[in-house]
Design a protein around this ligand. Structure first.
Ligand SMILES: Nc1ncnc2c1ncn2[C@@H]1O[C@H](COP(=O)(O)OP(=O)(O)OP(=O)(O)O)[C@@H](O)[C@H]1O
Length: 913
């Protein structure tokens, strides 16, 4: 406690713990007197004791008790002292100030005064006798009474005075005692009041301090709210423009779709037309082929006939030809050559004929246009060969021409020689000449020249016949009637055939070949056009799908990628066959006992797709997480379908999956943007095992005793309260943390002796990025989830603990299924709270996140049921819409958040904030 006083004014303050308690007012006159009567220089070492010395007026009963405190010293040194002068405020009324005295000291003082007054000191000090006691001598006597040697002085005090004095002193003492008691009581009261007031004041001050702070914060908040409102309007405008743009885009998309549909319809029409044309061309081709075949038949028949004719002629002649004549019948050689040639041609024609009919049969059986076109191609090749045969035929005919010419020459020579014979005979007698002429008119078979001529004439007829397909000229020789009749008959038949069957000559055959070639070219053109149409169609389909995906993405739809794993060794040894096929990049067909079923997804990865390709398709989402969005990538599928392979990779880490590649990608992006942003990456890793959340960043024993709770913040973002979050400065560090977490995971071997995940794995990577230019801060969360596989206990042979695990997994997956059903059917209530898995994934399914689902399926027929269920499940997921929003705060808001956080945690807050 301090006593505070000022000389200039009369107000005095009593401080308690440095604070003003109460004002005490002292009457200026009394105070002045108090100063005058106090010799401070003498009492420096005792501030409590003060003395009151009456110098010029006699002591009165009122002035004796109490004293004035050493106020100057108090003011000067502000030394702590006991509470005193509390009656100063009453000093005016009482005419004197009181200070704390011990009874003894007061008594002694009074005694000394009394002694002085009665003149005892004067008796003791003869030098001072007769003088009034001064302050110093008085003080000394007061201060050092013990030092003085007792002076044996006889004093004569009038009894009445002494009695009066003693009575006065006694009364004073009693009064003083009561006053001091009052004073103590008052002091106590004061103290209580002071402490209460003090407390109230302190509370008031604290309250005021925080009120001020709050007001400042409110003001700042108002300013920033204004700013935010302004920004909001700005962004709302932007959103509106974007929405307009979106609408426009959608309109364009619709238009495009409509156009596509129209195009498709027109293409379909065109395709149908082409197909019709194609089939009409094919029919034409068939008819041409048929006619060609007929033609070939006819040609063959004709050749056969001619051959027969020649043979019959030769048989007739043979017995008449002598051995000598046989030697001279070299003239038959061209005919023999022609015959051989004919034989070859016949063989060829037969062959082609067989081929053509085979192809035609085959073509009639085949309905598939692709195969039909293949056969048409073959047919064309055969027809081309047939054309070659025709060409050869023409060549043969040319040969025949040549042969006919030669034959005619020979005939002319023979005739010439016969003419010479006639001329020679002119010189002979008339009878002899008549005889020669007759011989010439009636060719004698036994005559060598005549026979040779006749032979040549027959050859000529045959050759003519073959060459032009015309009626053989009448042999202008006399033959025996039977032979002539037979020949006539044959000619008549030939003529009939020609008229009935429309026998084609070589020119027609040639034109048929040309037509065939033309058809072939046309066919090729149609095929090219068809190919182009198909290419256009698939390009258009891909483009449409791309636009569709873009629109779906803009709508916030969950994207679903389907991945088909290859047949495992076990499945291959069991000779399991594949029942899943990719139609294109977006459609997959499952062969079920009820027929094929088609499913469409945002992307299909077949069994040959690499981990790199799969990651490339999904890596865009990592940039989104860095930009401040919440992103979730999760793998779903039955046990052994390839979820862990997709998310984590294979066991020996030769084919890393999405998770390790994501670690690398995050830090690649960070490195690229280091100059513009400041990043902070932290992660947690949990597993949901037997319906219990366990922290994988701590040892299993510690994790068992740790309680992790799933909470949601105001924006609806899910976070795991109580989970260990670790920071990572590089991909390597993140990967090391991941490896550490993996070592604590629950896995088990299934019946097939394959490692299987027995828990759902959840990795959360938080990325905070501060824009170094404008100070804005964004927070992105990337959740990577490898779900445990659903399985049928009977199929896997699970028992005891494994059965319990399987039940927990199936329960959680069925809860997930319920949530997906409710969301896809847009039901008002979504049962997120039924399971921890669904609680954990609440923001990823229908919440504030961009979500990508990997549907893993096995291709083998032994997994048909599971695959079908998964495909249906994933189709429903595709219908779910999320509402992803960027988590970004301006510099000021992020600072305010920091302040609030600090205030909450009781940390000091810098004033300039
Ligand atoms: N795309 C793929 N290419 C090659 N092998 C694959 C592929 N997908 C999966 N596998 C192999 O198939 C087996 C089963 O895969 P995985 O363990 O990833 O299945 P899972 O769905 O995670 O199973 P569980 O749910 O039981 O953990 C593994 O041996 C894995 O290497």
């Amino acid at each position: 406690m301090y006593v505070n006083s000022g000389a200039e004014n009369a107000s005095m303050s009593l401080n308690f713990m440095g604070r003003k308690l109460r004002n005490h007012t002292v009457a200026p006159a009394a105070k002045q007197r108090a100063w005058e009567t106090t010799d401070l220089s003498r009492y420096q070492d005792d501030s409590v004791v003060s003395t009151r010395v009456v110098l010029s007026h006699p002591i009165s009963s009122e002035e004796l008790p109490g004293s004035v405190p050493d106020l100057r010293e108090e003011v000067q040194w502000r030394r702590p002292c006991n509470i005193h002068n509390t009656l100063l405020d009453q000093g005016k009324d009482r005419g004197a100030a009181y200070c704390e005295f011990s009874w003894l000291r007061k008594g002694r003082l009074k005694w000394n005064t009394f002694r002085h007054w009665i003149g005892a000191d004067r008796h003791r000090d003869p030098k001072r006798s007769g003088k009034a006691p001064n302050v110093s001598s008085m003080s000394e006597s007061v201060r050092q009474p013990k030092d003085e040697a007792p002076v044996d002085v006889k004093m004569f005090i009038p009894y009445d005075s002494a009695k009066l004095c003693i009575t006065q002193i006694t009364d004073d003492m009693i009064a003083m005692k009561s006053r001091h008691q009052e004073m103590i009581q008052e002091l106590e009261e004061n103290f209580l009041i002071a402490s209460r007031v003090n407390q109230e004041n302190t509370a008031l001050k604290i309250k005021r301090y925080y009120q001020n702070k709050l007001n400042t914060l409110k003001r700042i908040l108002d300013i920033y709210q204004e700013k935010v409102a302004r920004k909001n309007t700005y962004w709302e405008e932007k959103v509106r423009t974007l929405e307009d743009l979106n609408e426009k885009l959608q309109g364009q998309h619709k238009l495009l779709q409509e156009r596509n549909q129209k195009d498709l319809a027109s293409w379909d029409k065109e395709k149908n037309k082409v197909m019709e044309l194609f089939s009409s061309r094919l029919d034409l081709l068939h008819s041409h082929q048929a006619s060609t075949l007929q033609e070939l038949h006819l040609a063959r028949a004709e050749m056969g006939k001619v051959q027969e004719m020649l043979e019959a002629f030769r048989e007739k002649k043979e017995p008449e030809i002598t051995s000598e004549e046989k030697d001279s019948s070299d003239s038959d050689a061209p005919l023999d050559g022609a015959q051989t040639r004919l034989e070859i041609l016949k063989d060829n024609l037969l062959k082609r004929e067989r081929e053509i009919s085979m192809l035609m049969e085959e073509q009639e059986r085949v309905t598939d246009p692709v195969k039909q076109s293949e056969y048409s191609r073959l047919l064309c090749a055969v027809i081309q060969q047939a054309h070659h045969v025709y060409a050869e035929l023409t060549e043969a005919k040319q040969q025949f021409d040549q042969m006919a010419e030669d034959n005619q020459k020979i005939m002319a020579e023979i005739k010439e020689s016969l003419g010479q014979t006639v001329e020679e005979s002119g010189q002979k007698s008339h009878e002899e000449r008549e005889d020669v002429l007759q011989k010439m008119a009636e060719p004698q078979v036994d005559d060598e020249s005549q026979a040779s001529l006749l032979h040549r004439q027959v050859i000529q007829v045959a050759l003519e016949c073959i060459r032009a397909g015309a009626k053989p000229n009448v042999i202008e020789t006399e033959m025996n009637e039977a032979w002539e009749a037979e020949l006539d008959e044959r000619v008549r038949k030939f003529e009939e055939d020609f008229q009935n069957n429309g026998f084609l000559n070589s020119e027609t055959a040639k034109s048929v070949g040309q037509q065939l070639l033309l058809l072939q070219a046309e066919l090729k053109q149609i095929k090219d056009e068809n190919k182009k149409i198909i290419e256009n169609y698939s390009a258009e389909r891909t483009l449409r799908k791309k636009y569709y995906n873009m629109v779906e993405d803009m709508k916030g739809k969950i994207r679903v990628f389907c991945r088909i794993r290859p047949l495992t060794l076990a499945e291959q040894t069991r000779r399991g066959h594949t029942i899943v096929a990719c139609l294109d990049d977006y459609s997959v067909i499952l062969d079920t006992p009820r027929g094929p079923r088609e499913f469409q997804f945002d992307k299909i990865f077949n069994s040959e797709c690499t981990q790199e390709e799969v990651f490339m398709e999904s890596s865009g989402l990592i940039q989104c997480a860095i930009d401040g969005f919440n992103v979730c990538i999760f793998a779903y599928g039955h046990t052994g379908s390839g979820k862990t392979f997709t998310m984590v990779g294979d066991r020996d880490r030769r084919n890393p999956g999405i998770i390790p590649r994501t670690f690398t990608k995050i830090f690649e992006i960070i490195q690229d943007n280091e100059s513009k942003f400041e990043f902070k990456v932290s992660a947690y890793m949990l597993e949901l095992y037997n319906d219990r959340l366990q922290d994988l960043f701590v040892s299993p024993a510690e994790a068992f005793s740790k309680r992790i709770e799933i909470k949601r913040d105001r924006k609806g973002l899910v976070f795991a309260q109580g989970a260990e979050t670790k920071e990572a400065a590089s991909a390597g560090e993140l990967f090391a943390l991941f490896e550490q977490g993996c070592a604590n995971r629950h896995i088990a071997a299934t019946k097939m002796n394959v490692e299987s995940s027995r828990s759902h794995l959840i990795i959360g990577i938080m990325i905070e990025s501060r824009n170094l230019t404008n100070g804005s801060v964004s927070f992105g969360k990337l959740s990577l989830v490898d779900l445990a596989g659903s399985e049928r206990a009977a199929k896997t042979g699970a028992k005891d603990d494994q059965l319990k695990e399987a039940n927990a997994i199936n329960k959680s997956l069925s809860a997930l299924g319920d949530v997906i059903s409710a969301l896809s059917m847009e039901q008002p209530h979504v049962p997120y709270r039924n399971n921890k898995l669904t609680q954990l994934m609440q923001d990823s399914l229908g919440g504030n996140a961009k979500t990508l689902m990997f549907l893993n399926i096995a291709p083998s027929d032994c997994n048909l049921d599971e695959t079908l269920t998964s495909l249906i499940y994933a189709t429903r997921v595709k219908a779910i819409t999320n509402n992803a929003q960027r988590n970004i705060d301006s510099k000021e808001i992020s600072q305010l958040k920091e302040v609030i956080l600090k205030l909450k945690s009781g940390q000091p807050v810098e004033e300039d904030v």
